[in-house]
Design a protein around this ligand. Structure first.
Ligand code: TRP
Length: 444
């Protein structure tokens, strides 16, 4: 990415990457499917004990090498440079992610349009029909909305991440936050649904937890912090000196968790209030639950809805950008490609994969691989295989291969010695082991 971010620019770019549909769409959906509170607790523990630890490892690789993931590993490995550089190719996972992720942003575009035109349903059944209809039958809308997002995302990346997008973030993140608070207040006035939602999210019931749900929680913790596929390495390559990256990271994690929880409270309040089953709604959960909320509020709701979906679109776009940048940065560095050519190549792949995702859920062209739609296959491979692998490799590399001295120098200004020791221990022994055990346990 060449030059460095401004101090606040780095924080905004990483926060922009972290906060996205992972919080607004994946979090409530997975919480619903995995029985609520115990899953939330697991997610919090794994975020702090594993994801945070690995986040700092990826940040170190980026900051100390100032390169893309592949060349970063290569530069920092004292021996076996070629072999270690392979670890950087986990960044291709981000290309799989951006293909289905842009489609989900496309759905949000469609919902913004529904809100703006007053076309939302008042009952849960009706909204569920509306959502299923979009996925099963409406190729044209999905194609147009996906293509639109695709063009915007690639256009912004072509301008370089640091121009423009930073400025956008300054406005969009607070807007999203304020809208969430307003919606939370409205949810609060539905006392029954709200108290059920509170209970669902915060009173743990461990009987609902299985090996697979632990892996889901881990994958979500990685996904929502953009870990394991080179994003954090790439952004940290432009981390300005003298930024207190520990405080920044903790702030980003806090915002991320907060947005997820607020979103969850809002969504589940309306799910319970209107008597739906949180675990049945699937990927449409947020669309189905929120649209009924907006529809009930009449004209105010339509305005609120359109603004809310718009801010989600922006949150999604800043995340999507961060998935493309690592591979683009690599192609530019390694093959001396122009940014434009690199993006044409990546764009071609993403556009094809994205369209296959659309086709894979339509009722007429539906195709499944091992019982999953192509959409779910991309989600599965990236989230449950590549991201954990990328995380383990980063942990082992920074914990065992890189020189400790360089890390101490990097961390010293912002972290007390004790904290460093704890982090280093977690990095070497707890985090990689936890990831390995969780993955094996889920697959056996
Ligand atoms: N963290 C983002 C979200 O929660 C998604 C995201 C952005 C991401 N960059 C990523 C996920 C890289 C995995 C890898 O929506």
């Amino acid at each position: 990415m060449g030059s460095k971010f401004s101090k606040i620019g780095f924080v905004l770019a990483v926060a922009g990457s972290a906060v996205g549909l992972g919080n607004a769409w994946k979090f409530p959906t997975l919480v619903g499917q995995n029985g609520g509170s115990a899953f939330v607790l697991l997610y919090l523990v794994l975020t702090l004990g594993v994801a945070f630890v690995i986040f700092l490892a990826e940040l170190s690789i980026g900051k100390l090498s100032e390169k893309d993931p592949v060349n970063g590993y290569k530069t920092l490995a004292p021996t076996n440079k070629k072999t270690w550089s392979m670890a950087g190719f986990t960044m291709l996972g981000a290309i799989l992610i951006v293909s289905f992720y842009s489609l989900v942003i496309g759905w949000v575009v469609k919902y913004m349009y529904f809100s703006a035109t007053g076309n939302l349903s008042q009952t849960l059944e009706e909204s569920e029909k509306q959502f299923t209809n979009l996925l099963l039958n409406d190729f044209l809308s999905q194609f147009i909305c996906f293509s639109l997002i695709f063009l915007i995302v690639f256009y912004v990346v072509s301008k370089g991440v640091k121009n423009g997008i930073e400025r956008l973030n300054v406005w969009m993140m607070p807007t999203l936050f304020i809208l969430l608070i307003l919606m939370l207040f409205y949810a609060l006035s539905h006392t029954n649904g709200f108290s059920e939602a509170l209970q669902f999210l915060f009173v743990p019931d461990f009987s609902k937890i299985s090996g697979t749900s632990i892996l889901e929680a881990l994958a979500l913790a990685f996904f929502s912090l953009s870990l394991g596929v080179g994003t954090i390495i790439t952004y940290s390559a432009s981390l300005p000196d003298k930024t207190n990256f520990i405080t920044s990271t903790l702030n980003i994690i806090l915002i991320n968790i907060l947005i997820g929880l607020m979103m969850g409270l809002i969504v589940f309040t309306f799910i319970f209030e209107f008597g739906a089953n949180p675990n049945q709604a699937g990927p449409g959960l947020i669309f189905i639950s929120l649209t009924t909320l907006f529809a009930k509020l009449g004209i105010v709701g339509y305005i609120l809805g359109a603004t809310f979906f718009l801010s989600l679109i922006f949150a999604g776009i800043t995340s999507a950008i961060s998935m493309i940048e690592p591979f683009a940065f690599y192609l530019i560095n390694t093959f001396k490609m122009s940014r434009k050519n690199a993006l044409i190549l990546i764009g071609l792949i993403v556009y094809i994969l994205g369209n296959l995702c659309i086709l894979s859920t339509l009722s007429i062209t539906e195709f499944k691989i091992l019982g999953m739609s192509f959409f779910d296959v991309l989600d599965y491979i990236s989230g449950k295989i590549i991201m954990p692998l990328g995380g383990i490799l980063a942990a082992i590399f920074v914990g065992f291969v890189m020189k400790k001295k360089a890390l101490e120098i990097l961390f010293e200004p912002y972290m007390s010695g004790v904290f460093f020791k704890v982090w280093y221990f977690f990095l070497r022994f707890i985090a990689p082991l936890a990831v390995i055990i969780i993955v094996i346990n889920a697959f056996k």
